[in-house]
Design a protein around this ligand. Structure first.
Ligand SMILES: NC(=O)C1=CN([C@@H]2O[C@H](COP(=O)(O)OP(=O)(O)OC[C@H]3O[C@@H](n4cnc5c(N)ncnc54)[C@H](O)[C@@H]3O)[C@@H](O)[C@H]2O)C=CC1
Ligand SMILES: N[C@@H](CC=O)C(=O)O
Ligand code: NA
Length: 432
């Protein structure tokens, strides 16, 4: 069979990794794809010292690749929204298949891009966009196709997990670890996407769309990052038998889809609680299979390139077949318009940390406020003021309750005379 000719746009961390994996593993890749996959052209603003491009056509114009008649597939690895979208749509218009690692692009503009691709009979593949090297798109869309997916939950930002792990294990400073994650090529061009949960929300939006057959609805995903997690919350959580992880959680409920990204207490006995560093992990619960867990590197050149090249191999095997036999872009089932629940309607358990003046009766007042709103307490720790300080702390774990009830309880607790500052609230998931 004729070789597949690829145009790589962007030669940074992932582009460079992809170029090198295609060269290093060329024989295996050709064997598995049933044909050679060769890099016809690369578009880069500057060369990557890790790549030997001396025998490759290089341009600085990504659109020259998207319109090059010798290119069958473009690999979009420049990142961002505007130029990347124009590039992908131009490539599709020119009859080319697309492989991308750009979750921001897919989560926000995926519907438009997939519609354009379907009209043209080409494929857009994006395994690298979620959980880096873990083949999670393939696992949910194909491997679990027999199931109704009940829920999924994942550590889906490598930078965030790396920061939390280094802070917890080595007591390192947040920004010092973030800087290292940037140097290692894990972080997004704008690292607030990593630390404020936006990147994880992009990924959860994509996974949920595939899992439940719903449209991509990034704007409805509730999003909180890791920047407000303190060392003392990490320590108190451990005292209660939990780890704090930044989690994307989505669940099919009778009222709609629960779609949220936030720091979460997970029982330390769960395998996912022990997934540290740049590793990602996704748990998926299906009605036939039960719980499944997928673990692997969520960022970095090699792992992400592994997913990009897997998509190229899939394409090489199927691109000459009729488009109808290729896997659908989002889901096999008809996309249903199911409501995404506002966060106030979501039900979960909570960790609360309340700073109080060290007076008799405070704990009783807090307990009354909770019980009046139907909130049961699961565990409680009281911390006396540290030497030289005046404030005590009450740390609580509650049973599951709707978020709007918890909001009302927190407002009432913050209104007590003896409460100081805001109540810290972290959601708790058992993942059983
Ligand atoms: N770094 C990682 O571990 C992962 C990254 N991704 C995604 O992969 C994509 C690429 O990320 P990285 O490789 O980390 O970024 P990067 O910043 O290392 O590389 C992007 C490259 O594209 C080039 N570029 C940007 N605009 C261009 C243009 N108009 N013309 C020519 N070159 C242009 C830049 O100069 C840079 O060399 C992003 O969408 C990112 O979200 C996905 C999974 C993991
Ligand atoms: N910045 C992202 C890269 C991979 O998607 C992350 O840290 O997970
Ligand atoms: Na993946």
């Amino acid at each position: 069979m004729k070789p597949v000719k690829v145009g790589i746009c962007g030669l940074g961390t992932v582009g460079g990794g992809t170029f090198n994996v295609l060269a290093t593993n060329a024989q295996n890749i050709a064997r598995r794809a049933g044909r050679e996959i060769i890099v016809e052209q690369v578009a880069a603003r500057s060369l990557n010292p890790a790549c030997d491009t001396s025998n490759t056509k290089v341009t600085d114009d990504v659109f020259a690749v998207a319109t090059n008649p010798d290119v069958d597939v473009i690999v979009e690895l420049i990142g961002g929204y505007d130029v990347a979208k124009k590039l992908v749509l131009t490539a599709i218009e020119n009859g080319k298949h697309v492989v991308t690692a750009n979750k921001a692009l897919i989560a926000v503009h995926g519907d438009e891009i997939f519609a354009a691709a379907e009209a043209k009979g080409v494929s857009v593949m994006y395994e690298a966009a979620v959980a880096g090297g873990i083949p999670i798109i393939k696992a949910i869309r194909e491997g679990l196709a027999a199931n109704r997916i009940n829920w999924l939950a994942g550590i889906i930002n490598g930078t965030g997990n790396f920061i939390l792990t280094e802070m917890r294990d080595k007591g390192r400073d947040f920004y010092d670890v973030l800087k290292e994650a940037q140097e290692l090529g894990y972080a997004e061009a704008d690292p607030t996407f990593d630390v404020e949960g936006i990147d994880a929300a992009h990924k959860l939006t994509i996974l949920s769309s595939i899992a439940y057959g719903i449209p991509l609805q990034f704007e409805r995903c509730y999003t909180e990052g890791i920047s407000k997690i303190t060392r003392e919350d990490v320590e108190f959580a451990e005292e209660l038998g939990y780890r704090i992880k930044h989690l994307g959680v989505s669940r099919q409920t009778e009222k709609g889809i629960d779609l949220r990204v936030h720091p979460t207490l997970i029982p330390e006995a769960r395998p996912i609680a022990k997934v540290d560093g740049v590793l990602n992990a996704v748990m998926v619960n299906g009605n036939a299979v039960g719980n499944t867990l997928y673990v692997g590197a969520g960022a970095g050149a090699g792992p992400t390139a592994s997913a990009v090249v897997a998509d190229l191999v899939d394409l090489a095997r199927t691109m000459d077949a009729d488009a109808s036999v290729r896997v659908n872009h989002l889901a096999f089932d008809k996309i249903e318009d199911v409501q995404v629940l506002p966060i106030e309607e979501v039900e979960t358990a909570y960790y609360l940390r309340i700073q109080v003046q060290d007076k008799a009766g405070v704990l009783a007042s807090v307990a009354t406020i909770l019980s009046e709103r139907g909130i049961n307490i699961e565990a409680i720790i009281q911390k006396e003021p540290k030497e030289g300080e005046e404030l005590a702390q009450i740390i609580l774990l509650t049973h599951r309750i709707q978020e709007k009830n918890m909001n009302a309880a927190i407002a009432a607790i913050e209104g007590l005379d003896s409460t100081v500052g805001s109540v810290t609230r972290i959601r708790v998931e058992q993942l059983a």
